[in-house]
Ligand binder design. Structure first.
Ligand code: PLP
Length: 385
């Protein structure tokens, strides 16, 4: 593999790091770069994990994942999807990213085609190439209002399409595929016998006017479906490195072989502690989603008042992906200038696909008063002035 070409630096970290360095030099930074929930991991998870440590769950454990946790995940998904998953259909991984990567590595073979929807999560192309360097990425570009071009999607499928990797609710657009769009993907994947790798990390962060449709609801594709999910965003557990994949048994078995050789197992006491997630009501989630919706209403409408930004209103998650084509510079140049002049860290659109170099992503996972300060600065900002 041509490492330098295929595995570039993650642009989401590039500007976050630059912002960190400026902050260390005493500059006030408004960090709208990374998407990390701005609340604490629920106490019951912390307490159950401390207990697990004190009870000696500090050794190697089953490579596929702690059996009780896998059983709880299988039961929860079976209830949600009307399926009959068992613990053997689940693998627990160090973060959702690992679940996605292992799915790709288990599925892709030389010269396979894989469909990505652009804009895509920043790490997907590198993950595909690391999993199978000869794989061909077929990109389907969303319309400018982030709706799916259904004809383009249908044309992207071919007999060589091994898989489609799809993320709904979506980072960076905040869009949620409609039931009709999900069903189109299901129909095409079934027709071409392709796998669906569905990254549903934002499924619990959907605003009130919208509903998430999971690919798990469709029995006709269950033997070709891998759902990747976890607690990083819904339970503010980004630093715990915990995720899972559930789905097609043969793929999960291959992923387990990868895990045996690479991770051995996901941190044992973290998995034991995480069982508490299924034994407590997630009462923190709805108030947080309500708060995110309040922030997005405010931020999105303020952004649209600026002469240099056009912003589609997101339906879920942490991000506003905005059009800066009126500025007339590329997204890296814009983000660098914005950081230098205002101290606002953002992420260049090109990180999410070459077609999006006239977009910028802002995170709203910061308190309302931080967004208000950002809006004040954006009001006074002009590129080049
Ligand atoms: C679409 C998507 N998938 C996966 C991840 C990473 O999840 P984790 O931190 O659990 O690996 C993110 C985080 O930003 C994401 O946006």
């Amino acid at each position: 593999m041509h490492f330098e070409k295929e595995v570039g630096e993650s642009l989401t970290y590039k500007f976050a790091q630059a912002a960190g360095e400026m902050r260390a030099q005493g500059r006030e930074i408004i960090s709208l770069g990374l998407g990390e929930p701005d609340f604490k991991t629920p106490d019951y998870v912390v307490e159950a994990t401390i207990q697990a440590l004190q009870n000696g769950f500090t050794h190697y454990s089953a490579t596929q994942g702690w059996p009780e946790l896998r059983k709880l995940i299988a039961e929860d998904c079976s209830r949600s999807y009307g399926a009959d998953y068992t613990l053997n259909d689940v693998i627990v991984t160090p973060g959702i990213k690992s679940a996605v990567y292992f799915s790709l590595a288990a599925i892709l073979e030389p010269n396979d085609e894989i469909i990505l929807i652009s804009p895509y999560y920043v790490s997907y192309p590198a993950m595909v190439k690391l999993a199978e360097p000869t794989a061909k990425i077929v990109s389907v570009t969303l319309n400018r209002d982030f709706t799916l071009d259904q004809d383009q999607l249908a044309r992207a499928f071919s007999p060589r399409t091994k898989a489609i990797l799809i993320n709904t609710p979506n980072n960076p657009t905040g869009m949620v595929l409609s039931r009709e769009e999900v069903e189109l993907v299901v129909r095409l994947a079934a027709e071409y016998n392709s796998y669906i790798i569905s990254d549903e990390v934002y499924e619990k962060l959907v605003y009130s006017a919208c509903r998430h449709t999971s690919f798990g609801l469709y029995p006709e594709i269950r033997d070709r479906l891998i759902i990747c999910n976890g607690y990083s965003k819904s339970h503010a557990m980004t630093g715990w490195r915990l995720g899972y994949a559930i789905g097609a048994h043969d793929v999960i078995a291959k992923m387990n072989k990868l895990q045996q050789h690479i991770n051995t197992n996901t941190c044992t006491f973290v998995q034991v502690g995480a069982c508490s997630i299924y034994k407590n009501e997630p009462v923190h989630i709805q108030p947080y989603v309500d708060e995110l919706e309040k922030r997005i209403s405010y931020f999105n409408s303020e952004l649209n008042k600026l002469p240099y930004i056009t912003a589609v209103r997101p339906k879920a998650g942490f991000f506003c992906f905005v059009d800066i084509s009126a500025v007339g510079v590329d997204s890296n140049t814009f983000c660098a200038d914005l950081l230098k002049k205002t101290g606002i860290a953002s992420t260049p659109g090109i990180a999410f696909g070459p077609e999006w170099d006239d977009h910028v992503r802002f995170s709203i996972a910061v308190p309302m008063n931080t967004l208000q300060r950002a809006v004040g600065l954006l009001n006074n900002y002009r590129y080049g002035a």
